[in-house]
Design a protein around this ligand. Structure first.
Ligand SMILES: C[S@@+](CC[C@H](N)C(=O)[O-])C[C@H]1O[C@@H](n2cnc3c(N)ncnc32)[C@H](O)[C@@H]1O
Length: 629
């Protein structure tokens, strides 16, 4: 849904045509309010890139840490999905092939790779860290099976907040990657820093030290850092100045909630002469001024500054892959996408003009890949610096295949439609959709009710396929302490299709991450019972009843278990129990069990609040270093 707000813009007695502000409205974002007369002013007529708004934004990320994502406040699913991780891994792999080919041709303009040093893939503003984990899994799989397998690669997750960096460092699932020297971390502020100090290896990435090209990834970052706003009209350029206020006196300027209260208004001021200290930025500004009359646009100063610094650091050999709410064509600007509107979703974001970033890169001798079609939610562009003899043919092909032909933005547009008809899909269609998503756990949640409906009438072959799908969804997941207990749901589904050993592993993961709950203990008991391990089954059903003495299904199961015949008759019982497990009515799905337990006793179900960093780090202390299990 979009809403248009139009108002007159008066500049020195001239009456400019109406400035159309097109405001996207959806459930996750609200739009900044226009200033209200009784509000308390915070600043007046400030250049947007220097506004207090950006300090509030930094305060937000600094104070919230991982909570910004685990509580589901800051949107991140499209940029943390296995689909985008796969697409980026293939583009980066293409770039590596280009570097390798150039090295073989001994072209002096592109020095050979120095294999005594890693090629660094630096992710800016890594936030929840899910992208890094999924990217590395995909990328390493591609590299392992290729002629490039001996090229050393290191991924560097960065953010300006210490809290985020410390969270990733302590995450048990990232430990094997750190220990293998494939992953490192750095605090890096894209607005100010010129080099990176890696925390584990203690290496410094600077222009002096880097021998290989640099690969940089940034998602949902350029739309979260400072920009300027302008309005071009009839050969004149006007800067858009912002005034901020809030409805109440703010006693704590670091309060992360300020962003949700702040109100803003705009004024326009004519620009004469050079606006920026950088001649290339001024050239782009001038071009827009003459080319786009009657148009508002944003100028991504933070992004340009960051690219300028990183290009220097990379000695002019760099691939930057970047995705944001943004656009890369005049058509989008003429539609009103360049208006200085902000979406509030815990933090704030503004659209990014990738056309300007592209123009800047071209002026610096780089090459640019933009999607040829309009993006619905995420514009992904690639910027290449440093000439190769083949002109980055492999990178271009990979971009064309993974972003242009059908990319993350297309997938997310399509999945909105599929969500409407998911109940009508066959089991094969649901699994095909999960496969297309690269086994995205969010898509799994959306498909779960429909998947469960098919359990009533499922063949052995379908069970086998569903079992494989479930394991792949788990393999494409990194927990960050969110409320929903994925391991529990996947484990329960495996139990329901009689994959007891695998169900046990996932239910144990649920216990590791969220602690024991009556439903989990009950399902563990059913698993052991179905495997013929009556004593273990009794142990877990007792735990279920300790946690919830009124748990009827558990009481019944305990009676049955106590009468179970040990040793000699075990084989026979095992056979019988296999049929018990296959009839769903014989045990509650743990979801129902947990829900009953919840409502009867107020006990936390596996799907409630005990997800925690504590559990993740506890695993690490026990020395469990498996990649994802
Ligand atoms: C909207 S989040 C995006 C996180 C993640 N890349 C994603 O796609 O979900 C913006 C991230 O950039 C970080 N960030 C904001 N300003 C930054 C700056 N000046 N330098 C480095 N990181 C910054 C924030 O801490 C946050 O992690």
């Amino acid at each position: 849904m979009t809403r248009s707000r139009r108002r007159q813009v008066i500049v020195r007695g001239q009456c400019l045509p109406e400035l159309a502000i097109t405001v996207p409205v959806d459930s996750t974002s609200s739009v900044m309010k226009i200033i209200n007369k009784r509000s308390v002013p915070l600043e007046r007529k400030q250049r947007l890139s220097r506004s207090l708004l950006w300090q509030f934004q930094r305060n937000y990320f600094e104070r919230q840490g991982i909570g910004a994502w685990s509580a589901g406040v800051v949107p991140h699913h499209i940029t943390s999905s296995p689909f985008i991780a796969d697409a980026y891994a293939r583009v980066v792999f293409g770039f590596l092939r280009d570097c390798e080919t150039a090295a073989h041709r001994e072209d002096p303009s592109f020095p050979p790779l120095d294999l005594s040093q890693a090629i660094h893939i630096v992710e800016l503003g890594s936030g929840p860290g899910r992208f890094a984990y999924l990217f590395l899994k995909k990328f390493l799989a591609y590299q392992r099976d290729s002629v490039l397998k001996d090229i050393p690669v290191k991924y560097v997750m960065t953010d300006f907040t210490e809290q985020n960096v410390e969270y990733w460092r302590a995450h048990a699932w990232l430990q094997p990657l750190i220990e293998a020297g494939l992953l490192d971390f750095a605090r890096f502020d894209v607005e100010h820093d010129q080099k990176l100090k890696l925390i584990h290896s203690r290496d410094i990435l600077s222009a002096k030290k880097l021998r290989n090209p640099l690969i940089v990834i940034s998602n949902y970052l350029f739309d979260s850092i400072p920009q300027d706003a302008f309005f071009a009209h009839d050969g004149h350029l006007f800067e858009t100045l912002v005034s901020l206020s809030t409805p109440q006196k703010e006693s704590d300027p670091g309060d992360p909630e300020i962003l949700s209260r702040v109100e803003l208004s705009y004024d326009h001021n004519p620009v004469n002469g050079n606006y920026y200290g950088d001649a290339k930025w001024n050239r782009i500004l001038l071009d827009y001024k003459h080319r786009l009359s009657g148009t508002a646009f944003l100028f991504p100063t933070g992004a340009l500054q960051c690219i300028r610094n990183l290009r220097r650091l990379s000695n002019g050999r760099m691939l930057l892959l970047s995705g944001d709410r943004g656009y890369s064509s005049d058509a989008a600007l003429l539609e009103g996408k360049g208006a200085p509107t902000m979406a509030v979703h815990g933090s704030v974001s503004m659209m990014v003009d990738y056309q300007i970033i592209g123009e800047y890169c071209r002026l610096r001798g780089g090459e640019v890949l933009h999607p040829a079609h309009r993006s619905e939610s995420l514009n992904i562009s690639a910027f290449l610096f440093g000439k190769t003899p083949g002109s980055f043919v492999e990178t271009r092909q990979a971009y064309a295949e993974t972003i242009e032909k059908f990319g993350p933005d297309d997938f997310f547009t399509l999945k909105e439609g599929i969500a409407q008809v998911v109940e009508a899909l066959s089991l094969e269609q649901l699994i095909a959709f999960l496969r297309l998503s690269c086994w995205d756990y969010k898509r799994f949640w959306e498909c779960l009710p429909a998947l469960k409906k098919h359990l009533e009438d499922i063949s052995d072959i379908q069970k086998q396929e569903l079992h494989e799908a479930i394991l792949k969804v788990w393999d494409s997941y990194l927990p960050i302490g969110e409320e929903n207990d994925l391991a529990f749901q996947l484990g329960t589904l495996l139990l329901e299709i009689n994959y007891y050993e695998e169900a046990l592993k996932l239910l144990q993961q649920s216990v590791d991450l969220y602690g024991m709950a009556p439903g989990t203990a009950y399902n563990l008991s059913v698993c052991y019972y179905s495997l013929g391990q009556t004593e273990k089954a009794l142990e877990y059903v007792n735990q279920a009843l300790e946690l919830d003495p009124e748990f009827d299904a558990a009481k019944a199961l305990r009676v049955e278990l106590r009468s179970a015949v040990p040793a000699t008759a075990l084989k026979q019982r095992r056979r019988r129990r296999a049929s018990i497990g296959s009839r769903r009515g014989q045990y509650q799905s743990s979801v129902e069990a947990a829900e009953q337990a919840d409502s009867a006793n107020g006990i936390n179900s596996p799907r409630t609040t005990r997800a925690s960093r504590a559990n993740i780090t506890r695993k690490k202390k026990r020395g469990r270093h498996e990649l994802n299990k």
